[in-house]
Write a protein that binds this ligand. Structure first.
Ligand SMILES: NC(=O)c1ccc[n+]([C@@H]2O[C@H](COP(=O)([O-])OP(=O)(O)OC[C@H]3O[C@@H](n4cnc5c(N)ncnc54)[C@H](O)[C@@H]3O)[C@@H](O)[C@H]2O)c1
Length: 316
């Protein structure tokens, strides 16, 4: 029988990639997202259903779990903007924390035995105080977006420990790729400013370091974690996923200019100070246990990303 997955936030950067991945595996997919219909993002829509709705409403979540017989849930939907988190912490906590609880609670009440995969982040660890983060490090975030991720990460763990719900948690590095419609993120903003011949304004100091990972490597990790959990008796698995590409914002921006054959044209504003300075993930655990590793080379994946924006600039 075909597997049937729920993907929340399926119209987002990671969502589109994961949904396409699952459709290629001949699975059925239901997207729950409150954005307007973006069905045209998917090449094969025969096995795809869209449920427009807000998962902050428990009734919406419960209804969807009642309606479909899911094989697994990928909860990717979230308020994902660090800056928006600073300006609107209430909304960020509501969506990211209560939205997540709604799924865990509906799974608990309905006694579902299916894996629930949660999209945590390297930001859940807070400021880097050593060489890299390991999965058993304390989650020690400070800023609202980051804390919304560490809280929901811990709440997922709590539901798994207490109610034996099957939970998989992925703490991912900074993701990039096509289909990212958060146009203030560094990749879309840099690429679009170049395509539009505009000067790029960098809000931060440009000096903070992050690991960068191509979206298709990330969606493959999500699927591999689901597969593992669906066959194993483990109730909880947590993995970091990252890459060898640890760069400052300025280094990434310059790389994009270089790959687009343009001279750098940006100004560093440095007014966004409430951000983690340095991040670096150790992802050895998933390499050893699930045999996952990033396979996309940085330049190739940046070029693919640039090509997507070139092709779609008029539609976004
Ligand atoms: N992008 C990254 O660099 C990164 C890194 C680590 C972790 N993550 C996590 O991965 C997940 C996916 O990230 P992304 O970059 O694809 O996000 P995104 O912002 O591109 O997409 C999020 C999607 O969730 C939907 N959504 C938000 N709130 C909703 C609600 N209340 N009800 C229904 N739909 C809602 C939005 O409409 C959007 O389509 C998030 O949980 C994010 O925190 C992202």
């Amino acid at each position: 029988m075909k597997k049937n997955f729920l993907v929340t936030g399926g119209f987002g950067l990671l969502g589109v990639s994961l949904v396409n991945f699952l459709l290629r595996k001949k699975s059925k997919v239901v997207i729950l997202d409150y954005k307007s219909n973006r069905k045209h993002f998917f090449s094969n829509t025969k096995n795809l259903k869209i449920e427009k709705g807000n998962f902050c409403d428990y009734k919406v979540v419960d209804k969807i779990l009642k309606k479909y017989n899911f094989s697994g849930i990928f909860h990717l939907g979230a308020q994902t903007q660090v800056l928006k988190g600073l300006n609107n912490p209430y909304e960020t906590y509501k969506i990211n924390v209560f939205g997540t609880i709604n799924f865990l609670e509906a799974i608990r009440r309905r006694k579902l035995k299916i894996p629930f995969i949660y999209s945590s982040s390297d930001k859940a660890y807070g400021e880097l105080k050593k060489k890299f983060y390991l999965e058993n490090d304390k989650l020690d975030a400070s800023y609202p977006y980051d804390t919304s991720k560490s809280s929901s990460d811990l709440i997922c763990q709590s539901y798994s420990h207490t109610y034996k719900i099957k939970v998989g948690i992925i703490r991912s590095a900074n993701i990039f790729g096509g289909y990212d419609l958060n146009l203030k993120r560094i990749f879309p903003e840099t690429i679009l400013s170049i395509l539009n011949n505009k000067k790029l304004l960098i809000r931060s100091s440009g000096k903070q370091k992050r690991d960068y990972i191509y979206v298709e490597d990330v969606s493959r990790a999500y699927y591999m974690l689901y597969q593992f959990l669906s066959k194993s008796s483990s109730k909880l698995k947590i993995y970091n996923i990252g890459s060898k590409y640890n760069f400052t914002t300025l280094q990434i921006v310059k790389k994009i200019y270089n790959l687009m054959n343009k001279k750098p044209n940006f100004i560093v504003k440095n007014y966004s100070k409430s951000e983690i300075k340095n991040q670096r993930l150790n992802y050895n655990k998933i390499k050893v246990e699930l045999n996952w590793k990033p396979i996309f080379n940085l330049d190739t994946s940046i070029i693919r990303t640039i090509d997507w924006y070139k092709k779609n600039i008029k539609k976004i």
